[in-house]
Design a protein. Sequence first.
Length: 134
Amino acid sequence: STPREKEKEKKKPVQYILQFLPESLAKTAVAGVVHLQAGPGESASFTVVVKKRLQDGTITSAPEAQISIVPKPGTEGISVAPSRGSGQVSCTVSVDKNVTAETGELVVSVTGAGGGFSTNVIVDIDQNYRVEFE
């Protein structure tokens, strides 16, 4: 290859890869969308780990990648804490006890040297677990 081709190869961007933990959560991904389950008044936890694929194909950790996890605009009654971090974030998603919707949506965004992208996490709200006291 020519020096110019080698220069182009060097400028290839780093590619970020999202990993969701626990593994059981990652297995719920259909068409790349992860599903998390919680009933009204309940919470569920998950971890997002960002890795990067280097130009030579090696996959390594990406501690510099900034992660944001927030409810999608229009999603009410769902909160996330903590909602920001770098490299890896373990968060708890809480569903308000008065939520009547059957689903909510979170947006997981990653930014850094590898560019930026986002994906969605669907929160399946199981209304059958609603506990009411009279």
